[in-house]
Design a protein around this ligand. Structure first.
Ligand code: 4AD
Ligand code: MG
Length: 462
């Protein structure tokens, strides 16, 4: 007898087969002569209803004692269900219970807050919402690879441990094997990192971009997809200390090409979610955010707006009375401003480009005005910044000046500068925060609920 998953049962054309289904019990209800079990196996949102007749062995001693959360293995016959909203039900011929869950199982059938579920991250994937998030994450990861592979990009594994700070913002987690109580010291009393594991200070990467550029300058089109780490003390619903980033980098691309790629990518991912994860999306639309499907469709179907930073500031300044932080030319735009542009002004994703150089990273290409750089951010409703990217500074002298002007150590970027020395070429890329994408596609409110095991200040449980 064949073991089958519920998602595959729902694809069957007709009933009548004898099957085995393994899963966990969501509810049990007794009726005269039999009991109903709702089983979920994680393959999809839908449960399978099992009908266990009293003629089964151990009916009173075991089957009637099955609790929410117990695991079961059911052999039975698939029959057409008379009940509404389900195609089939399974009439049990035998039923095993490998793991009975005691009454203190925390996920009893009632609505639990997402905050509470975060405290039981080892059990929360068994809920409809977190299970659906997990399936969408998996499906979208696959879509990321498909998108780039179909377009001839090479997937490059950039390092997790690094000695360079890509964003130059000093928000890195130190990686060290030195004894933190008694670290070796140099004669002038500083910690002697030459005695550390790597012979110098090392950290977890904030971005794979710099190493991505190395490969783009050899293979032409590359992308990375991996974990990145930021030690910024941001306790917001959009920041994590550990998150996944997708970073394409393309040789001979200019900023306009980069924006085109970013837009095509986001729209492809939105369409993929609608095509492949509709049942889960419908659940989010009904239970979490009833605008989410419309927003995802809008993203898939209509072109993004593009506006320069300078023009965006003109719009925002007229509305400064609405904002907590007032803006003027030169200010970094905050999430309240980003959301105003994408939600109120345009009602769709917006790409803001050509930001002032002083609020952006050292590697972005300087414009001829000497004031702005070829940066772009993709802003989306409900989230704000989804993507940050730029055309890179490919001119050795300009880049060297920028590095020193920003107080960074030229020596530690020697290999990055070499790329500008040996066969330099224009190139551009961007980084998309995977968890922010999942927020966008699910309508979930808090980034801590769209990654299995969130890391944020004060939390690294599980
Ligand atoms: O804008 P960011 O800092 O850009 C970079 O890291 C570039 N090196 C990327 C590149 O050009 N290759 O980060 C890129 C994206 C942001 O737009 C945001 O979606 C996400 O990464 N992100 C975060 N997501 C969750 N938690 C955080 N703390 C994040 N910081 C950035
Ligand atoms: Mg950014």
């Amino acid at each position: 007898m064949e073991t089958i998953r519920i998602s595959d049962i729902l694809k069957l054309e007709k009933s009548g087969l004898e099957l085995t289904v393994n899963g966990w019990v969501r509810t049990r209800r007794d009726a005269r002569g039999f009991c109903f079990l709702e089983i979920n196996d994680g393959s999809c949102l839908a449960n399978l209803q099992v009908i266990a007749p009293e003629t089964l062995p151990d009916y009173d001693t075991l089957i009637q004692k099955i609790t929410t959360g117990s695991s079961v293995s059911v052999k039975g016959t698939l029959v057409d269900s008379p009940a509404q909203g389900q195609k089939f039900e399974l009439h049990a011929l035998s039923l095993d219970v490998p793991g009975l869950a005691p009454q203190d199982y925390p996920l009893q059938k009632k609505k639990h807050s997402l905050e509470f579920l975060r405290e039981i991250a080892h059990l929360r994937p068994r809920t409809n919402s977190i299970g659906a998030v997990a399936r969408i994450r998996s499906s979208l990861s696959y879509a990321v690879h498909t998108f780039f592979q179909e377009r001839g990009f090479c997937y490059v594994h950039t390092p997790i441990i690094t000695a360079s700070d890509c964003e130059g913002a000093g928000e890195m987690f130190r990686v060290s094997t030195l004894d933190s109580d008694k670290p070796p010291r140099t004669p002038d009393g500083k910690v002697d990192y030459s005695k550390d594991f790597f012979g110098k200070p090392a950290s977890l990467t904030v971005s794979g971009q710099l190493e991505g550029e190395i490969y783009a300058m050899a293979l032409g089109k590359i992308y990375t997809f991996g974990p990145t780490f930021r030690a910024e003390n941001s306790n917001t619903p959009r920041h994590l200390a550990e998150f996944w980033m997708i970073e394409p980098e393309v040789a001979f691309y200019r900023l306009a090409d980069d924006m085109n790629l970013a837009e095509e990518f986001v729209r492809y991912l939105a369409k993929h979610a609608l095509d492949k994860n509709l049942a889960d999306l419908e659940f989010f639309n009904e239970r979490i955010d009833n605008g989410v499907i419309d927003r995802v469709k809008n993203i898939a179907e209509s072109p993004f707006e593009r506006i320069s930073y300078t023009d965006a500031i003109t719009i925002l300044e007229k509305n400064n009375d609405r904002f907590e932080y007032k803006v003027k030319w030169g200010s970094d735009i905050q999430s309240e401003h980003e959301r105003y542009l994408t939600e109120v002004t345009f009602g769709k994703p917006v790409i803001v480009h050509d930001y002032p150089k002083d609020i952006k990273a050292f590697y972005m290409r300087l414009n001829d005005d000497n004031k702005t750089v070829r940066a772009m951010d993709v802003l989306v409703p409900k989230i704000g910044e989804l993507i940050g990217g730029s055309e890179r500074e490919e001119r050795l002298d300009v880049l060297t000046n920028r590095i020193t002007a920003m107080g960074l150590d030229e020596k530690s970027y020697w290999w990055y500068l070499d790329l500008r020395k040996f066969g330099s070429a224009p190139h551009a890329g961007f980084g998309l925060g995977f968890e922010r994408l999942i927020l966008l596609l699910t309508g979930m409110q808090n980034i801590r609920d769209v990654i299995p095991f969130p890391r944020y200040p004060g939390n690294a449980e599980f």
